[in-house]
Design a protein around this ligand. Sequence first.
Ligand code: XLS
Ligand code: NI
Ligand code: NI
Length: 442
Amino acid sequence: MSYFPEVEKPIPYEGPDSKNSLAFRYYDKDREVAGKRMSEHLKFAVCYWHTMRGTGADVFGGGSFVRPWGRESDPIKAARSTMDAAFELFEKLGVEYYCFHDRDIAPEGGSVSANHQNLSAMVEHAARRQKETGVRLLWATANLFSHPRFTHGAATNPDPLVFSHAAAQVRRAMDATLELGGTGYVFWGGREGYSTLLNTDLKQEREQMAAFLHLASDYAKSIGFEGTLLIEPKPMEPTTHQYDYDAATTIGFLREFDLFDRFKLNIESNHATLAAHTWEHDLMVASIAGRLGSLDINRGDLNLGWDTDQFPTDLKSATLAMLIVLEQGGLGDGGLNFDAKLRRGSFDTVDLFHAHIGGMDTFAHALLVAQKMREDGVLSKPLAKRYAGFRETELGRKILARETTFGELEEAAAAGGEPPRVSGRQEALENLVNDYLSRNID
Ligand code: XLS
Ligand code: NI
Ligand code: NI
């Protein structure tokens, strides 16, 4: 049976002039860009939770999506049909990876052992489908926020028994990741944070979180998992203050608790903007620390102050992101996960195709623009010139090497006189970016 009869064959590449809403204009997977295939630069992953399990429910009303899968009354049968539909979608979209939480693919069983059994059954099913289709797992994670036992957090819960339940879940989710050949394992904070300091021992909770991450990393090592462990920062939601606030906070936490070498970051666009940063800010902070491992791609809404998780369509933001990714030589075993959901009014299954095609084209287009800007050196040349004083003079080199003193610097200031004033040329650079974004890419 087909769950997506409206799309008969895999979405084709038809080029920028195509009028077909079910074709790619920019995503041409085998096209070579800077020595790699486009599909290697852009390891897109479909996210199971929004795309396969999302219902369109919001705080004012229940689900609105019309879905022909997951309707069976037996929960394992429902999980199977959902997975069959998922792999049909991956193949028709031509997306080579997917991501899931344990509870997205397998239902709760009511006890630690029944949960494990359900997960194992679905991992078996997934392994078969992966083999048949060649689709691979990018990363997996554990849902440590939906069950009522996690109301006050998982690793940062005041009850060590809740901590233990969380550990049991992560253990099995890591086993599943290893079994399915996933190259990453993600920790998004869930309910790790607080709603009021009046009932929160902040010092204790941060120590608990560090203990949890150490245990998780030790476990990963013990089973021979060689993929990347990733933390996904978010400043708020569901709690008022989430501990992994943003890239800088998370990197500081990793350093403080001796975890720096063990984790990288998965940076989500809408989380960065919730933290009042641009996405490129958080990407840059992670990248310069050598910690940028993967991307959750989506976008927020300027007029709404929450994680709306819309599909990414902003070419400029995607281009600025791809500039950073190219500069650091790619994402290694990371990729671009569509942590994005359809609007409640887009309830047809074909809307899923339009949304993913648009997102893939946005990043493919962005990759081409970013590569062209790099080839032309349009940002790197003025940047090098702007900092030449630090890089090319004795004075600059001595400051960076910390081989000078305030006394010596006072002498240099007196001898050098008033420094020349140099414009930052922000507007000219902004115009230049727009110029590149509006050019034809061939
Ligand atoms: C929620 C997060 C979540 C993670 C995976 O805001 O983005 O979806 O990506 O747990
Ligand atoms: Ni999110
Ligand atoms: Ni996310």
